[in-house]
Design a protein around this ligand. Structure first.
Ligand code: BGC
Length: 609
């Protein structure tokens, strides 16, 4: 291979910034979709067409170009949730509460099938972060604050996604490839992303090496043992040193000591902050062991800079050869060369995408992820014959249930763009003929139903005597990454996020974890109802533990639903007692006066799980 061909393999632009003909001309090895970056009408058929065009360009062979299939990557972190009509699973924090590794493997298999339906071969998942501070905006991407739980899931999700058998420690020659329905997994973000000080996204993880290994590195071992062939580097630092330039962590620990034989990909513009001079940054990252560089827009500058640094001798040719060998090894071992064009592949645009069968597994996951924190006077289970008021901003809003990384990077509100599935209200309505949705007709006529407010409030002139009980769905609106952080505003370095160019300030979600301060309307709704003698069952939709002391006190029942995804009906299954609560907190509930330890969760019968 020529140097240009090799560097091209190491380059990963974003689809908006690279055409199929450029993929061929620059020998591009991989293309990605950033969160919410979707072709055409965002149907599987549009994705297959796009992938087919990139693939065909990459496979044209002539004197200057080798036929090497391009690898396309997406963030299918809770189902193939970028694509309209996908089955959307609970985010990881909910799956961690479910405590069911076998379920995780099934979710991996279904996710792979729905990713393949779009003609895609690679997901940037699983996130193996071990979140230590709920102020972190990516807490919901973490299964648990406990490395043991994350480690227990890590191998199962990789096996589910890749569909292959058990292999060795990810060392050279250990891979057995993908199963017929598998896609490549990517363990991320190496390493310590969940341990940053004050939960600041892309921040600094200040821990000694023993703790880094015990908490943050440990879950990677089962992921590699299960055959994970790619690893993404974290945008965070370890003790002040950026992971993207951390030769010890990447070359020595991951590739050396742990024998990882796959390839390491950088995160979104992760080279930019490494040095003032871009060429220096490129040399640092590649010499530290990064094999493929996610450089969404300015990929031509990357190619030029790397070429120059190789020619100057700053980056040894042996390092380039090693990087390319790793990328090609993964492409060979995963069977990419044999898969043929995306249009012709088994499952492309397949009918199982968003199918009933897939949604049933997502619904099971919702049921198992719910954590019951309070059940005063046995308000739960609800009686299907009862007169039930269903209200709150999340009651009939599937977008809100899905959270970030759903259709858009920051997620969406409302029902329109979450096709299929059920809201909490739809789940209740299906089984309880006496249920009424507040704000949409019925005797509880609530004013001011806006996008942000949603259904809810206490303004309405309800005839409270009409209701035996109220289900109030409260909590957070969707967010992703640093925009979900709880902290002060801070300047943002352009390009280090999917933020629009010119966004100078990173606006976090808020500066407190207290729900009553973030969304006072939730407490007002609960109090308005309970003050009128209607017992309230609060259902909290949230990516993390929040301080909810007042909401808890004002409610008879309190259920943590996390970010359940498209199948909100699973909440109803459990509220009516068709299934018991089995979920336990994967993260301790701290911060307020009311504390629930890690592992806490009630059952309907009143005892702890
Ligand atoms: C995130 C990664 C993600 C990548 C591609 C980054 O901003 O940190 O987790 O895989 O974008 O969308």
């Amino acid at each position: 291979m020529t140097l240009d061909q090799k560097i091209g393999q190491m380059t990963q632009p974003e689809r908006m910034h690279v055409s199929p003909s450029e993929v061929k001309r620059y020998h591009i090895g991989s293309v990605l979709s950033g969160g919410g970056s979707c072709p055409g009408d965002n149907r599987p058929v549009d994705w297959v067409a796009m992938n087919d065009a990139y693939w065909s360009a990459s496979m044209e062979e002539d004197d200057d170009h080798l036929a090497i299939p391009v690898l396309y990557g997406v963030d299918a972190i809770h189902g193939n949730a970028n694509v309209l009509g996908a089955t959307i699973f609970p985010h990881n924090i909910g799956l961690g509460a479910a405590g069911d590794p076998e379920l995780i493997e099934r979710i991996g298999r279904i996710t792979a099938r729905e990713v393949r339906a779009a003609g895609v071969d690679w997901t940037f998942a699983p996130t193996l972060a071990v979140a230590q501070d709920p102020r972190w905006g990516r807490t919901y991407e973490s299964y648990s604050e406990d490395p043991g739980v994350v480690g227990e899931y890590a191998g199962r999700i990789v096996r589910g996604l890749q569909g292959g058998g058990v292999v060795g420690a990810g060392g050279v020659g250990d891979f057995v490839g993908l199963g017929p329905e598998g896609i490549l997994a990517c363990a991320k973000h190496w390493v310590g992303d969940g341990g940053t000080r004050d939960g600041v996204d892309q921040g600094d993880t200040v821990v000694d090496e023993e703790e880094l290994r015990r908490v943050h590195i440990a879950p990677y071992v089962p992921a590699l043992e299960a055959g994970a062939m790619t690893v993404m580097v974290s945008l965070s630092s370890w003790n002040g040193e950026k992971c993207h330039a951390h030769r010890y962590l990447i070359q020595d620990v991951l590739k050396g000591e742990m024998g990882f034989g796959g390839f390491v990909v950088s995160d979104w513009n992760g080279l930019d902050p490494l040095a003032e001079d871009y060429g220096d940054a490129v040399a640092m990252a590649v010499n530290a062991g990064i094999d493929m560089v996610m450089v969404p827009e300015a990929w031509k500058a990357f190619i030029a800079a790397l070429r120059e640094r190789v020619e100057r001798g700053d980056v040894p040719v042996e390092r380039i050869d090693d990087a390319v060998e790793r990328i090609l090894r993964v492409k060979f071992v995963s069977g990419l060369f044999e898969r043929g064009r995306p249009w012709g592949r088994r499952g492309a645009n397949g009918s199982s995408f968003g199918s009933r069968e897939h949604r049933e597994v997502a619904r099971e996951a919702v049921r198992k992820s719910l954590v019951l924190l309070k059940n005063e006077g046995g308000v739960l289970p609800l009686d299907k014959g009862a007169r039930i008021l269903v209200t709150g901003r999340g009651a009939h809003d599937r977008g809100r249930l899905c959270g970030g990384f759903t259709v858009e990077w920051q997620g969406v509100l409302g029902n329109d763009r979450i096709e299929g599935g059920t809201s909490v209200w739809e789940g209740i309505e299906a089984v309880a003929p006496g249920a009424v949705l507040g704000g949409v007709g019925g005797s509880w006529d609530v004013e001011g139903v806006g996008e942000e407010e949603g259904v809810g409030g206490t303004q309405g002139e309800g005839e409270e005597g009409d209701f035996d009980v109220a289900v109030v769905v409260i909590g957070e609106r969707p967010y992703a990454e640093g925009l979900g952080d709880i902290r002060e505003e801070s300047p943002v370095r352009p390009g280090t996020n999917h933020l629009p160019a010119g966004a100078g300030v990173l606006k976090p979600y808020g500066d407190t974890l207290e729900l009553a301060a973030l969304h006072p309307e939730d407490l007002a709704t609960i109090r308005g109802l309970s003050g009128r003698g209607i017992p309230v069952v609060a259902v909290l939709v949230s990516g993390r533990p929040l301080v909810v002391d007042e909401e808890l006190a004002a409610s008879a029942g309190f259920v943590v639903a996390w970010l359940p995804g498209s199948e909100g009906g699973g909440v109803a299954d459990v509220l009516f007692g068709d299934f018991d609560f089995v979920g336990r907190l994967g993260m301790g509930w701290v911060g307020g006066e009311v504390l629930f330890p890690w592992g806490y969760g009630l059952r309907l019968l009143g005892s702890e799980v």
